[in-house]
Design a protein around this ligand. Structure first.
Ligand SMILES: Cc1ncc(COP(=O)(O)O)c(C=O)c1O
Length: 382
């Protein structure tokens, strides 16, 4: 018998859309993929070479549960030089992607019924991580009219005696919003003794202004980050957690029990990603920015509402209410009838009801074709 907790967990809709799109493709349909948050670029050759060389030189055993010392140093150096910090490698745990890091942090913080404040819309999986760890998500709505910014006063208003953490995510999935530094500071100040968990997986993927980390504003924070997005390494499964030093030992025990360690040769690839040339990252960023401008114009021309400027990650959360109040139904029709895969807003909480999330991690040619198909379809189906 499957337990109630497992029965209750909702699907990750974007994966369901992707899997249905792949099924259609196996049956000969041509589908344009604008659903998945996955870079279409290959991982850079020097990163692949580092992994291959690690494999051939026998780096195929378990590593230290906290990760390779050199990778932890490279991560600390990276944050220290970018944000003028004084992080120690001893504050870092290397994980098999950001997702296990999320699980570690909630498992180490939450007692039954403890609350975690997060935005709505939010990354689809956050509430599921929290609930599976015994906690209760408390949602603070963010609005298109305010660029989907998570406002410090609204977060302060949601704090209760049960609040165990405040979760932020900038640049944000699904909105592409980048929080201004004053909002991050404001949240850090309102949090007081409550730790802020900052998912910085889209760090570096910003098209205007400067990157920020929660660690510039408070030490009472957990940072989640990884190699999937910036370095186009989704399938490698490599991420990390930065935590206050006193949490490392309990987190290490969870890691030892549940995951043992991250993949050994993949950790060598992570060192190459951080220490090697960054030109390929700048090139990808330039291309994403061109696609961002292109898709924004096309979506607005088609009639989607986008009254804010998504300036980070590679997502646009577009208001589709003039086409349908039901984003799940609309995304289903766009896939089945127009051959374009997009993610229903409902995946990201009821705050994104009636919205569709478009990922522009695809070529301009494919985005153009996807927009043409959607435009034709919506004109004829209204
Ligand atoms: C906001 C956010 N956090 C975490 C993840 C998980 O990333 P990873 O591939 O590192 O597990 C994703 C993936 O899409 C994401 O969008």
């Amino acid at each position: 018998m499957i337990c109630q907790k497992a029965k209750k967990i909702p699907p990750f809709h974007v994966m369901e859309v992707l899997e249905r799109a792949q099924e259609l493709e196996r049956n000969g349909r041509n589908i344009i993929h604008l659903e998945i948050g996955e870079p279409d670029f290959p991982t850079a050759p020097h990163i692949c070479a580092a992994a291959a060389s690690a494999l051939w030189s026998g780096e195929t055993k378990y590593t230290h549960s906290l990760g390779l010392a050199r990778l932890r140093e490279a991560i600390a150096d990276n944050y220290n030089s970018k944000f003028k910090l004084d992080l120690k490698p001893g504050q870092i745990i290397v994980t098999s992607g950001t997702s296990p890091a999320l699980l570690l942090v909630f498992m180490s913080l939450l007692e039954q019924g403890d609350e975690v404040i997060m935005s709505n819309p939010h990354y689809a999986c956050y509430p599921n991580f929290v609930e599976y760890s015994g906690g209760k998500p408390v949602f603070v709505h963010t609005y298109e009219a305010c660029g989907f910014n998570l406002e410090p006063y609204a977060v302060a208003g949601a704090i209760s005696s049960r609040t165990k953490a405040i979760l932020i995510n900038s640049p944000c999935n699904p909105t592409g919003h980048v929080m201004p530094p004053e909002s991050i500071r404001g949240i850090a100040e309102s949090a007081g003794d409550i730790p802020v968990i900052s998912d910085e997986i889209y760090q570096g993927l910003i098209y205007n202004g400067k990157d920020h980390s929660i660690l510039e504003f408070t030490d009472n924070a957990f940072v989640l980050n990884g190699f999937s997005k910036l370095y186009a390494m989704t399938g490698w499964r490599l991420g990390y957690l930065i935590a206050p030093e006193e949490y490392i030992r309990p987190l290490q025990k969870l890691q030892q029990n549940f995951f043992i360690c991250a993949n050994s040769f993949v950790q060598h690839a992570g060192i190459a990603a951080l220490e090697g040339p960054q030109e390929h990252v700048r090139e990808m960023l330039d291309i994403y920015d061109k696609r961002r401008k292109f898709i924004l114009k096309r979506l607005r021309d088609i009639g989607f509402g986008i009254n804010y400027e998504p300036e980070g990650a590679y997502y646009v959360l577009a208001n589709a209410k003039s086409f349908s109040p039901d984003s799940l139904e609309l995304s289903g029709r766009l896939l089945e009838e127009a051959g374009v895969a997009v993610t229903p807003g409902i995946d990201f909480g009821d705050g994104a009801k009636g919205y569709l999330r478009f990922s522009y991690a695809n070529s301009i040619e494919n985005i153009r074709e996807g927009m043409d198909r959607i435009e034709r379809y919506l004109k004829t189906s209204r």
